[in-house]
Ligand binder design. Structure first.
Ligand code: AMP
Length: 359
């Protein structure tokens, strides 16, 4: 339980922008980072001490990686269970295998949320076209079919309505094990980002309002416009989930707001796009907080420094960077990706409006 001393090495599974921002937050605390993942030239490689490019199931590479670091964390939740088991026998892995197994599978995730008293959309497991027909009869004609595993940014899901061709929808997901969820006509989408330390201490930011474009997060605004009671309930849901998972690190819980109700949509066992604003907008960023938690250090304060907005720069939006840099107070972050593709997250911009600013 002793905190890791400065100079210790943190292993990060995955080398995307989340790994990059984790490594950038680890440096001022005196830690060095080593990333591990299959992608050639990942964005995080530009800012870390060591990089291993290897498959997540390459035991020789994993063994050498485990031997070179003091703790392992991840910025990508779909790491195979066998990889985590192998590493966990050699070095502390935080968050642990249980949290990941829960978040990797939408059915397990929803069963778990319900088991700790957090409501979700109605859902049913779908393993065949017949299951889909049966689930649709129970849940209703407006529904979303989602693969249990590996879906993100709207990939691996199909919206269904009365007239939908179920056979075609089932084929579209390649017959993968799925769940059918009732369609939620939500008033808004929020997330709560919670940090849980090794000693069980928990802290959170206030709930964050999230706005999507083409199923991809476009803009986050914090604090979300919720009444105090509802904001408190959202925070309680996230802390209950983190405690029940015996979680260590930062976790994000995405929820739908429907009138007075809050429905858990997804649990991300990692730092989250809806928390990028915290680099400039909070006393302690989500990235620093995650590093503190996994290294056994005390958590920092999670108070906001104002009303904060984060806008993702997706695909061609990077063309706006020169103009954004000319805007005083706009904090621009680029992820070092050379190839621009539609839908690809290239960077983000954060604006902090101090509490005492004139309206
Ligand atoms: P997910 O991959 O589950 O985070 O879903 C991506 C986005 O699709 C969500 O942020 C919502 O905007 C929308 N969505 C997902 N599930 C539902 C649902 N059951 N009802 C309505 N919209 C949904």
């Amino acid at each position: 339980m002793a905190p890791l001393p400065p100079g210790s090495r943190i292993g990060i599974l995955g080398g995307g922008q989340l790994g990059r921002m984790l490594a950038l937050a680890a440096a001022p605390l005196g830690f060095r980072c080593h990333i591990f993942g299959p992608e050639a030239r990942p964005p995080a490689a530009q800012v870390v001490e060591a990089v291993t490019i290897a498959d997540y199931l390459d035991e020789a590479a994993l063994g050498a990686f485990a031997g070179s670091v003091d703790v392992v964390t991840l910025e990508f939740e779909n790491v195979p269970a066998a990889c985590l088991e192998f590493l966990a026998q050699r070095v502390p892995v935080r968050p642990g295998a249980r949290a990941l197994a829960t978040a990797q599978d939408r059915l397990v995730e929803k069963d778990f949320a319900n088991s700790v008293g957090a409501a979700t959309a109605p859902y049913a497991a779908v393993d065949s076209l017949d299951d889909l027909k049966g689930a649709m009869a129970r849940i209703g004609p407006r529904a979303v079919l989602k693969t249990r595993r590996l879906g993100y940014d709207g990939k691996g899901q199909v919206m269904l309505e009365q007239a939908s061709d179920l056979d075609q929808a089932w084929q579209a997901l390649g017959g993968a094990a799925s769940i059918l969820e009732g369609y939620i006509p939500f008033d808004g989408e929020i997330s709560v980002i919670a940090a849980r330390a090794l000693d069980g201490t928990i802290a959170t930011y206030p709930p964050i309002a999230n706005h999507h474009r083409n199923h991809i997060l476009d803009r986050s605004v914090v604090p979300a416009d919720l009444d105090t009671l509802q904001a408190g309930r959202a925070i309680a849901i996230a802390t209950d989930l983190a405690t029940a998972l015996d979680y260590v690190g930062v976790l994000a819980v995405e929820m739908f707001v429907v009138g007075d109700e809050l429905l858990v949509n997804e649990i991300a066992p990692r730092v989250h796009n809806s928390g990028h604003w915290s680099i400039e907008g909070a006393v302690t960023s989500q990235f620093e907080q995650h590093i503190r938690a996994i290294c056994g250090l005390p958590l920092g304060a999670m108070a906001l420094l104002g009303r904060v907005e984060m806008q993702n720069l997706i695909g061609d939006d990077v063309g706006r960077v020169p103009g954004l840099l000319a805007e005083p107070g706009a904090h621009v972050h680029l992820y070092g990706k050379t190839e621009v593709r539609p839908g690809r997250k290239m960077g983000h911009v954060t604006r902090v409006i101090p509490w005492n600013a004139a309206p």
